[in-house]
Design a protein around this ligand. Structure first.
Ligand code: FUC
Length: 776
């Protein structure tokens, strides 16, 4: 059957449907409760989250609220910084980057302790819910038939087990219906449920019981007068049979046949009447039948989750627990082909669970943090991490989940204008390397990482990509001032490099990397690091395109059009054939450094592609070879994406396998050793969710690319997935929905749909052709 022809006849001819085996079993499951937090299963409704450990006797369920942050708004701008700018720039021009760096450290960083201060704040745990269960007189109980699961299609976790021949079940979900966490305990014999329920927190909490409810209240430190963000969590239970009583700090349940526990929580972030909200959602949830709550929860969740199906064939999903699968996969059982599909869908599940339109984007740990001192404050790093958190959203058909990031970025514009003036005496807005929910845009507290100019421009890439996927003109109009403000900044702040004549940022750094100067000293501060050049080029082009599409801002467009040819090319090839990381061909201090920022042009931007810039693509390969395949989880994921863009499916797959390497390490790692925990959350280590999102985007890029002006089907298919595959509902840029089936590495069926029929270019089995999309 020849399926390679015009889509209309093609679809009719290819009516056979390959079974979606793996779709039936999108579950993480275990034979044992979680021994440590990194094995617990994450649940979340975009605001509230919980991670139950599934313990049958003393269960700990860590709780989260995406808005719970200490710290406060601050102005840490050094308004005299711009006075040092000419000197810093001059020193860099003279090759005295080390001296320039000293000056940046004294005069050109943020005022105060920056991210090390209490005012900066931390995303932190809401606390923990404890279920201490009793099983009769027998102190030494035996737990049999234990199983713990997380069903990705339902967004429900369970733990089931038998004690004294009674079968117990706990079911947990963070409801997408009423905004509460729900836990239901049942037993298959009446009146067998006995438990005590408590709420705790490492600090800043008081607990009380009133009217048979348990509540916890606290106020976090704002770094000023201690009167920071307030929160409340409240637990109410519904019993079938049994007796409910309480101590001062806990609820006690005896001889119940069924217990449904509702936990509502909220914070006063953005001045909400959070206590009223807590009472209202609790009342609403309490009145609704459990089956209805559960049904509506899954229905709402499925509206997003159900858009994409990925089947790479049957693996070991029912035979081996997730823990066994991960152990075996890394040892070479690549035939467990449904594991990558599970990981991909887990990434989509995590996106839906960890952010909500109107609230905040997923932070370094998404929505899930177990402690007060969350690594790196659980904040938003702008030199790859928060951007990576959003990379799968386009291709994985969840584009609207970019909107919380868009809101965060909009919130940076006003403070970023002050920073642009204070440091660069420039118009527009800038954000540097880190931000928080309080709108921090100043440079970080140390020159070697804090002075990067890339943050705001890189964020604009995410904003632009959302437009590219959705083609939403209202959205483009809405974000145009943000993009323009960022371009205004770079346009003002670029300086001419007398050697090349190019216009470049100064001072800046190539994220977190450093180099040797000819005098042997190390420095990070430079002018025109490659990533900045690529970001400026991409941003200026996007603003030009946007202003044309919107028919506005002709004058500013002309300014950018004039400037663009003076911006350095997307890459300069070094003496040894790599993409140069800096304007000068410096020797880097750490050749295997985790950041590979100078390949920004390869991904997420499309400035370097094997089609458009084959030489730069070759130099990118060489760059990656020298950097090596190891690193923190996010860095491995980034390399997977790069190799996918370079159309080397097997190498991308090798990196993907590296990400799936099980680890138990939780120390802060800057070097090699990334992987996943047994709950499949990515490990830097420690837990950092960007690795999940990066690898999810990586799988998408292996199957579908659309950045080169055409839709490329299976651009980087690894041998391991060649025999069979079936994916439905991926998105290509241009708002095209793509269904795709393949056998023996060849596309055997595909379908392209869009809101309005249009002609697109598609590359199928090596041939470029024009195809009309079907109307959705
Ligand atoms: C960047 C990375 C680190 C870590 C941190 C949160 O600074 O260099 O590896 O991911 O963000």
């Amino acid at each position: 059957m020849n399926c390679n022809r015009n889509l209309y006849s093609f679809s009719a001819l290819c009516l056979f449907v390959l079974p979606l085996h793996a779709q039936q079993h999108l579950k993480l499951w275990y034979h044992e409760p979680a021994e440590n937090w990194e094995e617990t299963l994450p649940l979340g409704n975009g605001r509230l989250g919980m991670t139950p450990d599934g313990n049958a006797t003393h269960e700990t369920i860590v709780l989260n609220d995406i808005t719970l942050w200490s710290g406060a708004v601050q102005d840490a701008n050094n308004y005299d910084a711009h006075k040092s700018l000419p000197k810093i720039r001059q020193l860099i021009l003279e090759g005295k980057n080390d001296e320039a760096q000293n000056l940046v450290n004294t005069n050109f960083v943020c005022l105060g302790p920056g991210s090390g201060g209490a005012r900066w704040g931390k995303f932190q745990t809401l606390g923990s819910l404890h279920l201490d269960q009793y099983y009769g007189e027998n102190t030494a109980i035996e737990i049999k038939n234990y199983k713990r699961t997380l069903d990705l299609q339902e967004a429900i976790a369970t733990s089931t087990y038998t004690v004294n021949d009674v079968h117990y079940q706990k079911e947990y979900f963070s409801s997408f219906d009423d905004d509460v966490n729900v836990i239901r305990l049942t037993a298959d014999q009446p009146q067998m449920l006995n438990l005590q329920i408590a709420l705790r927190r490492p600090e800043k909490f008081t607990v009380k019981t009133t009217d048979q409810e348990l509540s916890m209240y606290g106020q976090l430190d704002n770094g000023i007068d201690g009167k920071g963000m307030q929160y409340e969590a409240r637990v109410r239970v519904q019993l079938k049979d049994g007796v409910l009583s309480n101590t001062d700090t806990s609820l006690v349940i005896q001889n119940a046949s069924e217990v449904i526990l509702f936990l509502a929580a909220a914070t006063d972030f953005r001045q909400r009447d959070y206590k009223r909200e807590v009472r209202e959602v609790l009342d609403a949830a309490y009145q609704k039948p459990y089956v209805l709550q559960k049904k509506k929860h899954t229905q709402n969740f499925s509206k997003l989750f159900g858009r994409v199906k990925l089947d790479l064939g049957q693996g070991r999903e029912t035979e081996w627990s997730t823990r066994q699968r991960l152990d075996n996969y890394y040892e070479g059982y690549a035939d467990d082909v449904s594991l990558p599909a599970l990981f991909f869908q887990f990434g989509r599940y995590l996106s839906i669970s960890s952010t909500r339109i109107g609230l905040l984007p997923p932070n370094l740990q998404g929505l899930w943090a177990k402690e007060i001192n969350t690594p790196w404050n659980g904040d938003y790093h702008l030199d790859v991490n928060v951007q990576m958190n959003h990379w799968p959203l386009g291709v994985a058909n969840l584009s609207e989940l970019n909107l919380p990031l868009v809101d965060l970025v909009k919130g940076l514009v006003e403070p970023g204008k002050k920073t642009a003036k204070a440091y660069y005496n420039a118009q527009g807005w800038i954000a540097h390397v880190i931000t928080n929910v309080w709108g921090f845009t100043e440079p970080g507290e140390s020159a070697n990482w804090g002075a990067s100019n890339a943050g705001s421009g890189w964020l604009c890439n995410n904003l632009w990509e959302h437009y590219e996927y959705t083609q939403d003109m209202d959205y483009l109009k809405d974000i145009y001032p943000v993009l323009k403000g960022s371009a205004l900044f770079y346009n003002d702040a670029l300086v001419k490099d007398p050697k090349t004549g190019w216009v470049v940022t100064s001072p800046s750094v190539s994220p977190e990397n450093s180099f040797y100067l000819p005098n042997g000293n190390q420095a990070s501060i430079s002018m025109g690091p490659t990533i900045d050049n690529q970001i400026v080029r991409e941003l200026f082009s996007n603003v030009i395109t946007a202003s044309k599409l919107l028919g506005i801002d002709h004058d500013f467009r002309s300014v950018l059009e004039e400037k663009l040819p003076m911006v350095p090319p997307p890459g300069v090839v070094s003496k040894d054939g790599r993409i140069q990381e800096w304007l000068e061909d410096y020797k880097e201090v750490d050749p295997e450094h985790r950041h590979i920022s100078h390949l920004y042009g390869l991904y997420p931007a499309a400035l370097i592609t094997p089609y458009k810039t084959p030489e730069l693509a070759e130099a990118s390969k060489k760059t990656l070879e020298v950097r090596g395949d190891d690193g923190p989880g996010w860095a491995i994921a980034y390399k997977q994406l790069f190799w996918a863009r370079l159309h080397d499916g097997n190498r991308a797959f090798k990196l993907f396998k590296e990400i799936l390497k099980p680890t138990l390490r939780t120390d802060i790692n800057y070097g090699s050793g990334g992987g996943v925990y047994y709950n499949m959350l990515a490990a830097g280590p420690p837990f950092q969710i960007d690795g999940n999102f990066g690898a999810t985007a990586g799988i998408g890029e292996m199957l579908l690319q659309s950045h080169d002006g055409f839709i490329d089907l299976l651009p980087a298919l690894p041998d391991a997935w060649k025999s069979y595959g079936n994916v439905q509902g991926l998105k290509a840029k241009g708002n095209v929905t793509v269904d795709l089936k393949w056998k023996n590495g060849k596309v055997v069926h595909y379908k392209l749909r869009s809101p309005e029929t249009k002609t697109v270019q598609v590359k199928v089995n090596g041939k470029l052709k024009k195809i009309k999309t079907q109307k959705i």
